[in-house]
Write a protein that binds this ligand. Structure first.
Ligand code: IPM
Ligand code: MN
Length: 361
């Protein structure tokens, strides 16, 4: 099978972790007889430096033509000036919106051998296997924003907006995902305060009637933040709006031992040339400017994102499993990057651990 993938390495450690994933991709191609064509494009801070904009038209055009997109990370101190007119993150939001990727799937699992890499106690972590479905093209990220002057001082406004159809479609996706798992959906909102959350809760309740086989509950976001560390194993699928999902998934990532481990898939209604969902795949971590260029970044989040890409956008389940198994095996054998290594354990470079993953494909 012939496939066109767009790579958006981005900024900071982005190019290092995407480079690692590409090595794994090549190994999968060889082992299973696929040709994966890849095209690399600029997006984020690197695109601002080259073209003055975070998402050049050419980049978005290439993403729209591709079967799937693999992204590293965007942003960094160089572009962090709060008064700047253009920001790297706008590029990422532009890709998400431009491809209509309204659902971001963030699975959180813990490899049994990484229990000691997590700050949580072993007994809390037993059985953790959850999927956060984060709404990705609405809410505060995309609502009207402005600065204005009132009584001689500056005010800033962000607006949280949700339409019923935006809530409905991501909820359907969450319930369908739950059917392939432990059949439980937890919807997270702040319905005691926010009007958008009250609409969210009403709409989710309506959609839930179409899934009588799936257990369904509502939790307020502040409580959810607490339960994620006090009883994380009680969650199966968690569905929530954009900003809550952003915050809760960084919190949930510590359950996996390191934020560097977690992959994500962003999907919408659009299909690619293979008749599968077109998607954007990226680790949930950021550009980690403090370790960029040192060759020590953990590539697991990006490599597991590649596995999700193979599964969801290309329908290559066997190949996806092969990648996941390669990572599992290497961890079981004791191979660790610096973020995962415990006292006394040897920390491997990005390149060295990637070699090990490649050899296990
Ligand atoms: C994420 C990131 C992004 C987000 C940033 C880089 C725009 O934090 O994917 O979680 O807030 O969505
Ligand atoms: Mn985030």
């Amino acid at each position: 099978m012939k496939t066109k993938l767009v790579l958006l390495p981005g900024d900071g450690i982005g190019p290092e972790v995407v480079g690692a994933a590409v090595k794994v991709l090549r190994a999968v191609g060889q082992r299973y007889g696929h040709t994966f064509e890849t095209e690399t494009h600029l997006m984020g801070g690197c695109a601002i430096d080259a073209f003055g904009v975070p998402l050049p038209e050419e980049t978005l055009g290439a993403c729209l033509q591709a079967d799937a997109v693999l992204l590293g990370a965007v942003g960094g101190p160089k572009w962090d000036d709060p008064t700047a007119k253009v920001r790297p993150e706008q590029g990422l939001l532009g890709v998400r919106k431009g491809l209509g990727l309204f659902a971001n799937l963030r699975p959180v699992k813990l490899h049994p051998d990484l229990v000691d890499s997590s700050p949580l106690r072993r007994e809390r972590l037993e059985g953790v296997d959850l999927l956060v479905v984060r709404e990705l093209t609405g809410g505060l990220y995309f609502g009207p924003k402005e600065r204005r002057e009132v009584n001689g001082e500056v005010q800033a406004i962000d607006t949280m907006v949700y339409a019923e159809h935006e809530i409905r479609r991501v909820t359907h996706l969450a319930f369908q995902a739950a059917r392939g798992r432990r059949k439980k959906v937890t919807s997270v909102d702040k319905a005691n305060i926010l009007e958008t959350s009250r609409l969210w809760r009403q709409t989710v309740a309506e959609v839930s009637k179409q899934y009588p086989d799936v257990q369904y509950e509502n939790i307020l976001v502040d409580a959810a933040a607490m339960y994620l560390v006090t009883r994380p194993a009680s969650f199966d699928v968690m569905v929530t709006e954009n900003m809550f999902g952003d915050i809760l998934t960084d919190e949930a990532s510590v359950l996996s031992g390191s934020m560097g481990n977690l992959p994500s898939a962003s999907l919408g209604d659009g299909l690619n040339g293979h008749g599968h969902p077109r998607g954007l795949y990226e680790p949930i971590h950021g550009s980690a400017p403090d370790i960029a260029g040192k060759g020590i970044a953990n590539p697991i989040g990006t490599i597991l994102s590649l596995a999700m890409l193979l599964r969801h956008s290309l329908g290559l389940e066997t190949e996806a499993r092969a990648v996941e198994n390669a990572v599992d095996t290497a961890i079981r054998e004791g191979h660790r990057t610096a973020d995962l290594a415990r006292n006394g354990e040897k920390a491997l470079s990005t390149e060295d651990i990637t070699e090990i993953f490649v050899s296990r494909i």
